[in-house]
Design a protein around this ligand. Structure first.
Ligand code: PLP
Length: 380
């Protein structure tokens, strides 16, 4: 085995060649500032406008509901801190889940230091946040509910439509972190009751350093970055034109073949799951069996140290992850795995494999063989 087998697409994806080619002119001759009025500036502005329209279409939203940001973390920070600030006279209570990405969790922690109350809902054993738990947590002063669309570590897809409906009934703003879900599974702002949604280009074969926040028309939210009048005066900073163009191309490609890619990834993921379950003893699947992202699978092997297993996988040229990339290097059990109450003999042996549209059956077979050999080696 000498070619690298990349099974860590939840950490980041390889930028596609078509995306790189689309960006190239904006890194060279089309370098204009989108806020200027001469040709290279207006061309840049036209390119940004086109992507705003395209992204809006993919989400069944309006173009002026799409705000470009520098990453998913910025989108999450803006949504959580922005809404908390905008509605602080109404109340200072926020509901979120214990398995959010740190961009949401640490924003909430920051707000707690400013005097806000935050309820962190625990998921069930499959990583699902029950709408009923959300309903019970709502207080008279709740202003924001933030629950992710799909979890980055275990792939579970959350019941965001039901949670959003509960929020609407009580006039509470609902934000969903869709960094792992956007461009992987269908999402509709026309049909789903979220007010804000975060996404990030590098998770769907776009460039790093660019993302967006969807803000439903009529939602009160202050600027996160103060300065010039870009993004309708709501997010200052000279536009990352090349990045935005790259994100647009990546979204276009992702949506073009989404159905067939979802089917293929689901089939390969189920094949991987079945082989591991049948061929390696004492293993658990983390997250919901079916309500999960097509390309995500998380295993916990009994009596194995996950970090040691990752090193052995890497010797076989296989890139995987122990939890989220932000947690690698830490030997402690991930907070998501802890929140799912994975038994202590299994929890340290957690490995996440995440597929892309490019993943092949041969790569999955090689990963299974490596897992079999190396789990056995570590157990002995
Ligand atoms: N939210 C989720 C669910 C994620 O998985 C990530 C990245 O892993 C982020 C937010 C942060 O996105 P970014 O890397 O673009 O800042």
């Amino acid at each position: 085995m000498n070619r690298q087998i990349y099974l860590d697409n939840a950490a980041t994806t390889q930028m596609s060649e078509a995306v790189r080619q689309e960006m190239e002119p904006y890194l060279a001759e089309n370098f204009g500032n989108a806020s200027t009025s001469y040709a290279i500036g207006t061309e840049a502005k036209a390119a940004v406008t086109k992507v705003r329209e395209l992204i809006a279409e993919t989400l069944h939203a309006k173009p002026d509901e799409i705000y470009f940001t520098s990453c998913g973390s910025e989108s999450d920070n803006w949504a959580v801190k922005g809404i908390a600030g905008a509605y602080k006279t109404k109340g200072r209570h926020i509901i979120t889940s214990a398995i959010e990405h740190h961009a949401v969790l640490n924003s909430c922690e920051y707000l707690q230091k400013l005097g806000y109350r935050v309820t962190y809902l625990k998921p069930d054993g499959n990583g699902i946040i029950a709408p009923e738990e959300v309903r019970q947590a709502i207080c008279a002063d709740t202003t924001l509910i933030s629950v992710m669309f799909a979890n980055n570590e275990v792939g579970t897809i959350e019941p965001v439509t039901q949670i959003g409906k509960l929020a609407k009934e009580r006039q509470i703003i609902f934000h969903t972190d869709a960094v792992q879900a956007y461009a992987q599974i269908p999402i509709s702002a026309a049909q789903m009751p979220f007010d804000l949604l975060s996404a990030s280009a590098h998770k769907f074969h776009g460039p790093k350093g660019v993302g967006f926040l969807y803000i439903r028309e009529g939602t009160q939210i202050p600027s996160f970055i103060h300065g010039g009048g870009q993004e309708g005066g709501r997010r200052a900073g000279t536009e990352n034109v090349a990045g935005i163009v790259g994100m647009g191309k990546a979204a276009e490609l992702a949506f073009k073949n989404m159905r067939s890619r979802m089917q293929r990834e689901t089939m390969l993921r189920n094949y991987l799951m079945e082989r591991v379950m049948h061929e390696i003893p004492e293993v658990r699947i983390n997250g919901h069996r079916t309500k999960r992202l097509p390309g995500n699978i998380s295993f916990s092997f009994r009596g194995v140290e996950g970090s040691a297993l990752l090193i052995l996988l890497e010797e076989d040229q296989i890139c995987a992850s122990g939890g989220s990339a932000c947690n690698t290097g830490e030997s402690r059990i991930s907070y998501v795995i802890e929140a799912l109450d994975v038994p202590e003999e299994y929890a340290p042996g957690t490995v996440r494999l995440t597929l892309s549209g490019e993943t092949t059956k041969e790569e999955i077979d090689a990963a299974v063989e490596s897992l079999k050999r190396n789990v056995d080696r570590l157990r002995n």
